[in-house]
Design a protein around this ligand. Structure first.
Ligand SMILES: Cc1cc2nc3c(=O)[nH]c(=O)nc-3n(C[C@H](O)[C@H](O)[C@H](O)COP(=O)(O)OP(=O)(O)OC[C@H]3O[C@@H](n4cnc5c(N)ncnc54)[C@H](O)[C@@H]3O)c2cc1C
Length: 448
């Protein structure tokens, strides 16, 4: 008689259930050999912070995650004639660049939706009560049997073979795994709100497209959402003392906001004066981590892995890509009987170069600013704003948005072929290395 020996499962904990953690849960639940636990500090899962852009690459992942259909109803597929995005000088209102809605028969167009709708669509793929709430991680400990987690309520969980830190920008998993890594206040806060479109209907010259209004150091983003709401998202300077006091998504009255935008054109001054109340967010960021894994048992994912402080308008998609690649890596190593540490090494080798490329783009902004300031004779303010906007926004850096699921699969295949041929560099690494060595001026969507 043969006795079936149950396969030992891989014990995995996901800490943090924002878009990245939810995507990891959806993907990992499909692996029968994974025993999954998930924790979030929130008492209930809800999203603050107005809208989120769903770009082409994000749609592809949403489809894989089974969350696309719930969101498609909020998008309008046009015929390609709709103006989708504009860049304007915030002082003069001058139009600097315009793009039209891109029609792709396989995916909905770029859309802007409220963040809670994205969260709801992802949550619909996860059994209710699967995520353990009110579990704020405070400590990670390594034992011979695995990694254990201690929460602020003094309960513990574990041991785990793998801990996925999907706990966002201020990740405790990152702080504990990389204690030398520090976040700092960027000197800027974001103000965001959603109001009825009727409240701004009287304001002349307000484009229907999603529009960035630039000045030298700040911008205002305006957008007519498909559901009758109007979104405003801005950046403003606040002193370190003020910025450090701001909590995430803190309500502030109109008076706290309007004085920052007095130099903008009339349409924007009127827009900013309309809402009674705003949400305020202090923007923190930190240097790039050389590696997004630690100790053979910890993987960082989403904002926890790349504290970019709001860049590229695609953070949710980056988190989805992380979750996808990490799952693929686990599948691959499990099928070969390899240890978890090997899956993490593959994950890191595929994702770290991606983040290196993103940080290189941010650095190119600084370089552009220095070059423009060095122009002789110096550019007059509006010319300076226009030139900066053109350089930062008009040339292409397509690889950010081309990193779609099919390409990831292709990249993954190439990577494994390269691994197996022991040739050293993957297709993806080569592509990113090239992008880093030969930086092009990026066309990126900075977070609104
Ligand atoms: C102003 C702004 C605008 C943005 N606009 C866009 C956009 O248009 N498009 C886009 O794609 N992205 C946008 N992003 C980025 C996007 O919001 C993030 O990249 C995305 O939310 C990252 O998801 P995440 O799951 O990694 O982290 P988060 O969404 O931050 O989720 C982290 C989760 O971890 C939990 N958590 C934190 N600490 C602990 C702890 N100690 N213990 C347990 N749980 C914990 C939190 O409660 C939360 O649920 C924007 C970001 C900002 C700041």
């Amino acid at each position: 008689m043969t006795i079936a020996i149950p396969e030992t499962k891989i014990r995995v904990a996901v800490v943090g259930t924002g878009p990245g953690g939810l995507a990891a849960i959806i993907n990992l639940r499909k692996l029968p050999y994974v025993e999954l636990s998930a924790f979030d500090q929130a008492k209930e899962l809800r999203e603050v912070g107005a809208g989120i852009s769903i770009n082409e690459n994000t749609w592809r992942h949403l489809k894989l995650l089974g969350a696309d259909e719930k969101l498609e109803q909020y998008t309008n597929r046009g015929d390609g004639s709709k103006v989708d995005g504009e860049q304007r000088n915030g002082i003069t209102g001058e139009l600097l660049a315009r793009k039209y809605q891109k029609i792709n028969p396989d995916a909905p167009p770029r859309s802007r939706i409220e963040r809670y709708k994205l969260q709801r669509a992802l949550l619909s793929q996860i059994p209710e009560d699967f995520i353990r709430l009110s579990k704020r991680l405070s400590k990670i400990e390594e034992t011979a049997k695995g990694t254990t987690l201690t929460f602020e309520d003094r309960t513990t969980a574990g041991p785990f073979d793998l801990v996925i830190g999907a706990d966002g920008l201020r990740s405790v998993v990152r702080q504990q795994s990389f204690p030398e890594h520090k976040l700092s206040y960027t000197g800027k806060v974001a103000y965001r709100t959603l109001i009825p479109q009727s409240a701004v209907a009287h304001i002349p010259h307000l484009p229907r497209a999603s529009t960035f209004w630039h000045t030298k150091d700040t911008h205002v983003y305006t957008d007519f959402l498909d559901n009758g709401l109007f979104e405003i998202a801005t950046r403003a300077f606040e002193s370190d003392e003020e910025g450090n006091k701001v909590s995430w998504g803190h309500k502030v009255p109109r008076e706290k906001v309007v004085h920052h935008y007095q130099g903008y054109c009339e349409a924007i001054r009127q827009v900013i004066a309309t809402p009674d109340e705003w949400l305020e967010f202090a923007m923190f960021g930190g240097p790039r981590l050389e590696s997004v894994i630690s100790n053979g048992r910890i993987a960082l994912l989403g904002d926890a892995s790349h504290p970019l402080s709001g860049a590229f308008g695609s953070g949710a998609a980056f988190a989805f890509e992380d979750a996808y690649v990490l799952t693929k890596a686990l599948e691959y190593t499990h099928s070969r009987g390899q240890p978890i540490g090997e899956a993490l090494r593959l994950y890191d080798e595929v994702r770290s170069p991606h983040y290196k490329g993103l940080y290189a783009i941010l650095n190119s902004f600084g370089k552009n600013a220095k070059e423009i300031e060095a122009i002789s004779p110096p550019l007059e303010l509006n010319e300076l704003i226009n030139e900066t906007t053109r350089r930062n926004w008009t040339a292409s850096n397509e690889w950010i948005y081309k990193y779609d699921v099919e390409q990831v699969t292709q990249v993954w295949k190439e990577y494994l072929d390269a691994q197996e041929a022991a040739s050293g560099l993957s297709g993806l690494t080569l592509e990113k290395e090239k992008a880093i060595k030969e930086p092009t001026i990026p066309q990126i969507a900075i977070e609104a």
